[in-house]
Design a protein around this ligand. Structure first.
Ligand code: ATP
Length: 273
């Protein structure tokens, strides 16, 4: 079984249970103001403003080197930045990576960062904070936390629970990573090229998964794949040379001449990058 949801497609009921909105977090939003990142004098991100609310599945696109990953790195504390990036009204900039994660900010990387030697269940267990010594893991499996069980079903890996993460298909690893973010309680999900290298069918299933998550979480997706964007995005922010070039609905972005120009004259609806 390689699709999210035991019977193919997202298991919306289980996913809904897993990510039922907490009334405390109903007003979650990401608010970035004047974000600036410089590497040895080279300004990769130039005074960016960005607001993303729950249920507004935002895609961040732009040519190679536009600064998309750097924005995510700055929000998650991996690179120093100035300006402001707040989530849940708490400032993230200047905090160490682990404190940002505790504030409900989770990310995936272009290359899946699951622990390949551990099985699927242990990866989810660790993410859920149920870190236990290896010896006790077998015993622990008898009492899998409900959130982990729900995540296994929602991401379609219930039957693969004892399989080592390293043996999973590419798409399954990405779904495992997303499941890990959910069980760790991430309320802001920053996904860096989640469908890169996926098959058409894996992309469709990932689209279902993100659409099911989006009403309950703030989701930002960095992606080059325009077909995937059209299938999933509610709104799009286009970065170019570290600045916000355009922002709007998919249709607005596709018809924006400035956006078409930076994609080397290729209409966005036809081009990949
Ligand atoms: N650690 C770093 N040190 C120096 N320069 C960096 C560093 N990280 C990124 N850059 C530079 O910052 C710019 C933005 O890079 P970034 O990876 O954010 O772009 P991107 O839009 O994500 O591109 P891609 O689509 O290729 O992943 C690039 O010119 C890149 O070379």
């Amino acid at each position: 079984m390689t699709s999210p949801g035991r019977h193919g497609g997202v298991d919306a009921e289980r996913l809904g249970k897993l990510i039922t909105p907490d009334p405390e977090t109903i007003h979650d939003y990401l608010e970035i103001r004047g974000l600036r990142v410089a590497f040895d004098g080279f300004v990769a991100v130039k005074d960016i403003d960005l607001t993303v609310t729950r249920g507004d599945l935002r895609f961040l696109i732009g040519p190679n080197g536009a600064g998309k990953t750097t924005v995510i790195d700055a929000i998650t504390g991996l690179v120093p930045a100035t300006g402001s990036a707040a989530f849940g009204r708490k400032e993230l900039l200047g905090k160490p990576v682990h404190r940002i994660a505790r504030l409900g900010v989770g990310r995936t990387f272009q290359t899946a960062s699951v622990i390949e030697e551990l099985d699927v269940l242990s990866n989810l267990d660790l993410a859920a904070g149920a870190s236990r010594p290896a010896v006790s893991r077998l015993r622990a499996r008898r009492g899998v936390p409900a959130s982990v069980e729900e995540a296994l079903e929602a991401i379609g890996l219930a039957d693969e629970r004892f399989r080592s993460a390293g043996a999973l298909a590419h798409g399954q690893k990405q779904w495992l990573e997303i499941g890990m973010l959910l069980v760790q309680g991430a309320r802001l999900l920053l996904l860096d090229e989640p469908v890169a290298g996926m098959s058409h069918s894996e992309r469709e299933q990932t689209a279902d998964l993100l659409r099911a998550i989006s009403p309950h979480r703030v989701v930002v997706v960095v992606e080059h794949d325009m077909e995937f964007l059209r299938a999933v995005a509610d709104s799009v922010t286009v970065l170019a040379a570290g600045e916000v070039l355009a922002q709007g609905t998919v249709a607005e972005i596709q018809n924006d001449p400035r956006v078409q120009e930076i994609y080397l004259g290729t209409p966005v609806h036809e081009g990949g990058r």
